[in-house]
Design a protein around this ligand. Sequence first.
Ligand SMILES: *Cc1c(COP(=O)(O)O)cnc(C)c1O
Length: 374
Amino acid sequence: MGVSLAVPYFDLKRQYKLLAPRLEEEILATARSGAYILSSKVAEFEKAFAAYFKVPYAIGVGSGTDALLLSLKSLGIGKGDEVILPSFTFSATAFAVIHAGAIPVFAEVDESSFTLSPEAFKKAITAKTKAVLPVHLYGQAADMTRITSIARKRGLKIVEDTCQSHGASHRGRKAGTFGDAGCFSFYPTKNLGAFGDGGMILTKNKALAEKMIRFRNLGRKDMRESHSCVGFTSRLDALQAAVLNVKLAHLDSFNQNRRRVAKRYLTGLKKTPLILPREAEGNEHVYHLFVVRVPGGRRDALQKHLAARSIGSMIHYPVPVHLQPAVKPYAKRSGDLKFTRKLCSEILSLPIFPEMRAEEADAVSLAINKFYGV
Ligand SMILES: *Cc1c(COP(=O)(O)O)cnc(C)c1O
């Protein structure tokens, strides 16, 4: 066995180095162009993004949270409407619902994929339910076959939170293309990351796309139009679009590298009592995160053990969304969510990023094997 290796939780500089010449060329050209807001750079990236997903409309917005909010607003979801979503997600998912003025109804997740349980979703439907907001968590698509079928039968809108799953698929179809709207974040550490904040909405519906285009730009498509709705200032920057357009061409290879790291972990950690991530039948997981469950109340001890060996790790997320102080007052309709609470106490995210080296993954596995004496 070699000397132990420090492994960062994430290292954005490696990707920058890899693509630096192209990125710098694009950034400089955009800066010199003098066109910074909704320029041809944004249109170009929207077109490429829509083509990658084989969907007719892509609308660049300010962030993933805004993609969700603008989708809900454009679908006419607001005051008094209930939206069903998992509590086992990032708080932003729920914030979008609350910002829209709707009521978040939190439902339990599936015990294997940690994505919205179709049964729990079905049970949570009431006369007030207007939409479902499944989250494609950690890089894995939710069970869109069953969620879509239930939603369509009950006349509910579907907004997909795809902020962690750029390029993931379910039965050969990409996450973010099943519902009325597919929402993406380009936060730097996501599978497709900008040099700042950014987001995108996908839709197949032209009328809906027209509404989204106005909501992102203070209620008008361009300067010549009057303001037709009370919109937001939430446009994707031309500079971010330029960066993202360079990176989009590499998304599939980034995701393949993530899968390679995940495979190494799955083999390297086989002997430990950890509950390892599972790829649901028919899914292609893109491992935004590699999250293990640490049984027996030893999560914090394992995290300390790794930190002592300069191995990064994180917890996504330690507190269920429905119990977050900001969300709690809105979560009255939600049940006990026992499994979600249990998960939050057990999960640990190990380092994973496309440029991570095989020996780094092995060093993490080795350190964990040592912790368990296996
Ligand atoms: C990152 C993320 C968001 C929010 O995206 P921002 O671009 O940071 O606003 C929403 N939902 C999930 C599941 C996320 O991971």
